[in-house]
Design a protein around this ligand. Structure first.
Ligand SMILES: CC(C)(COP(=O)(O)OP(=O)(O)OC[C@H]1O[C@@H](n2cnc3c(N)ncnc32)[C@H](O)[C@@H]1OP(=O)(O)O)[C@@H](O)C(=O)NCCC(=O)NCCS
Length: 152
């Protein structure tokens, strides 16, 4: 993701009904490149009136990778783009020595939970009334990024 992508990232965020970060927050996150993993899935803009199919934003905090936002345009869903964005972020997190990946997801967001489970995440907790507009519980999901538990 670059600064030039941000208008479209905000548009996808808006269309996907995510809690709004907005341009400034993504821009701020881009400045802290070292700790952030910000990826876009590009499409051929010869055939479409836009250039991005989706994006993901994650952040490394110590040895934890926090997956904050992932979204794919409606017309590109169900083609493995969400999985590709998430798997690439997890691989990057592993390279940067993250031991665990964590995220929160709305309890009613079946599609996102399916994506996360498919990538190996498991539900490890629940935060009651965590989300606003509408109020909804959050499921906490976690994935160990350490393969060789007996290794040095
Ligand atoms: C969640 C989201 C990113 C998934 O993107 P995607 O590109 O459609 O995901 P994929 O095509 O990689 O699908 C991943 C898995 O989820 C499943 N899935 C996708 N949409 C689904 C749905 N509506 N219901 C149930 N399962 C669904 C797929 O079947 C696939 O599993 P499978 O391989 O076992 O069949 C997309 O639905 C989206 O942008 N949602 C709105 C934003 C959002 O809620 N983001 C998450 C919270 S930050």
């Amino acid at each position: 993701m670059t600064e030039h992508d941000l208008v479209e990232v905000c548009q996808i965020e808006d269309l996907s009904g995510l809690s709004a970060w907005g341009w400034d927050a993504y821009h701020h996150e881009l400045q802290s490149r070292g700790d952030s993993i910000m990826l876009v899935a590009r499409i051929d803009s010869t055939f479409y009136e836009y250039g991005l199919a989706g994006f993901i934003v994650a952040r490394l905090i110590a040895d934890e990778l926090h997956v904050n936002n992932v979204a794919v345009r409606h017309e590109f869903r169900g083609r493995g783009i969400g999985s590709a964005l998430l798997q690439t972020s997890l691989a990057d997190g592993r390279k940067r020595k993250a031991k665990v990946a964590q995220l929160e997801v709305r309890a009613g967001n079946v599609a996102a939970q399916h994506l996360y489970r498919r990538c190996g995440f498991e539900v490890v907790g629940r935060r009651r009334g965590y989300y606003r507009a509408p109020v909804e519980d959050a499921l906490l999901m976690s994935l160990s990024l350490v393969h060789d538990v007996h290794g040095s």
